[in-house]
Design a binder for this molecule. Structure first.
Ligand SMILES: *[C@@H]1O[C@H](CO)[C@@H](O)[C@H](O)[C@H]1NC(C)=O
Ligand SMILES: *[C@@H]1O[C@H](CO)[C@@H](O)[C@H](O)[C@H]1NC(C)=O
Ligand SMILES: [Cu+2]
Length: 273
């Protein structure tokens, strides 16, 4: 979250300024009982060659904004490039990603939805050209209820309550093969701003790609995916709103395509290995 306080809402904006460092990376990944390190662009150490988290140059934890929504950086974050390892996971199992900043979990101020997408690599994900990836949305969760915060309780708050982590289930009937999982938090705390780099809004996108090798006896292939650069319209209602005016956002529409193949919004609530 890097911004200049140029709008009339200087007071409100400055109250978020203390979070201006590093809250955009997945630090841990669990799949089929194995733990993998994530990639922290701020750590100062070389990118490890044996992790499934895609490389990014997202120094400082800078988010992407609606002006980036139709640009290649929305696919797998700024400077995104392929991970060498695809983590084995059984179709039907849960993957758990933990979002982390320097010493704490995701910042409470950054309320918003958590969304998961999946794209087949049609070969090794380590070699796929990310601009050819066609994703389907396999999970989404947005506003939950009007408790706890003035802005209400959101998927991001559930993530914080679960040790900064978010679980997503790989569809049980998915055909074996290598896939890119793209998990994304969209923070809406300054989505009401609409000037300069935040034009038309200050919604913040935090995508992270993870390469997976799905195993099992499933037969369902993903043939109807779309490119990540077409997920969002920069001025859509789910990106242009002021969440601070009320705690009831029952009318909130999660951005992006419809859930794949009639999947319901059924995020797993607990993680067991
Ligand atoms: C992947 O492995 C190859 C061969 O070992 C290496 O040259 C390349 O730099 C690695 N890529 C990353 C992103 O680590
Ligand atoms: C609001 O959602 C939270 C998190 O899921 C839950 O713990 C709480 O019971 C819910 N409150 C109401 C009134 O539904
Ligand atoms: Cu931020």
């Amino acid at each position: 979250m890097m911004f200049r306080s140029t709008s009339a809402s200087v007071l409100l904006l400055s109250s978020f300024a203390s979070f201006a460092y590093g809250h955009s990376h997945v630090n841990d990944i669990w799949a089929d009982g194995d733990h993998y390190d994530g990639w922290d662009p701020n750590a100062g150490s070389p990118y490890p060659n044996n992790i499934p988290a895609w490389y990014t140059t997202n120094l400082g934890g800078n988010p992407l904004y609606p002006i980036d929504a139709n640009q290649p950086q929305i696919i797998c974050a700024k400077g995104g490039s392929n991970a060498n390892l695809s983590a084995p996971v059984t179709a039907g199992a849960e993957i758990r990603l933990r979002w982390w900043q320097v010493n704490v979990a995701w910042p409470t101020s950054h309320h918003g939805p958590v969304i998961d997408y999946l794209a087949p690599c049609n070969g090794p994900c380590s070699e796929v050209d990310m601009t050819t990836l066609k994703f389907v949305k396999i999970d989404e969760r947005g506003w939950i209820n009007n408790t706890v915060f003035d802005e209400g309780y959101w998927a991001s708050d559930e993530l914080i309550a679960d040790d900064g982590s978010w679980n997503v289930r790989i569809p049980g009937d998915l055909a074996p093969g290598e896939y890119v999982l793209r998990q994304e938090i969209i923070a809406l705390h300054i989505a009401f701003t609409g000037t300069g780099p935040y034009s038309p809004s200050g919604a913040e996108f935090y995508p992270q790609c993870v390469s997976l090798k799905v195993e099992g006896k499933g037969t369902k292939t993903i043939d109807d995916g779309v490119q990540a650069t077409t997920f969002y319209r920069s001025d859509e209602p789910g990106l242009m709103l002021n969440i601070h005016t009320k705690s009831d956002h029952a009318d909130y529409v999660i951005p992006g395509p419809a859930l794949w193949g009639g999947l319901g919004s059924k995020k797993a609530r607990s993680f067991t290995t």
